[in-house]
Write a protein that binds this ligand. Structure first.
Ligand code: SF4
Length: 226
């Protein structure tokens, strides 16, 4: 794929989604982390239904630990795998509080701003973030992208599917896509690539019934089924 092809693809995606951004609702960095952890195997819409109420009480890790396990679990009970997710979020809240005490003198500028404002911070590196219980590389990349504005692409099933249909990558697994797409997408488009590809996959190039007839990216499509 040439630079001109990428220019055309992402210009068209920008016309479809002028402000590609996360559809998860949150105010504080910790709420972002909780929303992303709840979103595994669950739609953003359903996560927002849960967090609209939950985030009235939960703004930081201490708020989670101040609730009983039963109370917290009940609050998230309408998302898939809620018991496991509630346990993971509570363990992550504990670890964040420990980390804040350990790492306070060595924070990055962004982490320090976060700490000064909220009295805790989210680590600004994949290595640190993935030390949090049950935070994997994809969740870590979403945090770096949304909270710390890193130009990074966190690959989910939508991006994996769309990137392969458009032949941005030719891969079999999302993990492989994650490595290849970072090399493939030109720097100038990295900032919008993450959310514009997700939104395109979510609303147009869906897994089962892609809207191929009116697709603005049809000229680039290599999906053998169309
Ligand atoms: S033509 Fe269909 S399969 Fe190809 S990118 Fe467009 S919506 Fe997706």
């Amino acid at each position: 794929m040439t630079q001109k092809d990428y220019d055309e693809i992402f210009t068209k995606l920008l016309e479809l989604f002028p402000n590609p951004d996360t559809e998860l609702n949150f105010e504080t960095p910790f709420q972002l982390l909780v929303a992303v952890m709840l979103s595994a195997q669950t739609t953003d819409r359903q996560v927002n239904v849960v967090t609209d109420k939950l985030f009235l009480k939960v703004k930081n890790p201490n708020n989670v630990l101040n609730m009983t396990e039963e109370e917290f679990t009940k609050q998230v009970s309408s998302v898939n795998y809620y018991k496991m997710k509630a346990k993971h979020i509570r363990e992550t809240a504990k670890k964040l509080i420990e980390l804040a005490a350990e790492k306070n003198s060595k924070l990055t500028k962004n982490e320090k701003e976060c700490f000064d404002k909220y009295w805790y911070y989210l680590p600004e590196s994949i290595e640190w973030l993935t030390q949090l219980p049950w935070v994997g590389e994809k969740t870590a990349k979403v945090i770096l992208y949304v909270r710390y504005h890193h130009d990074i692409i966190a690959v989910d099933t939508h991006i994996h599917r769309v990137a392969n249909r458009l032949w941005i990558v030719k891969t079999k697994e999302p993990l492989e896509t994650s490595k290849e797409i970072e090399k493939a997408v030109p720097k100038k488009w990295k900032r919008i690539a993450h959310h514009s590809l997700i939104l395109f996959g979510r609303y147009y190039c869906t897994a089962k019934k892609p809207q191929c007839e009116n697709c603005v990216l049809k000229d680039f499509c290599r999906n053998p089924q169309i």
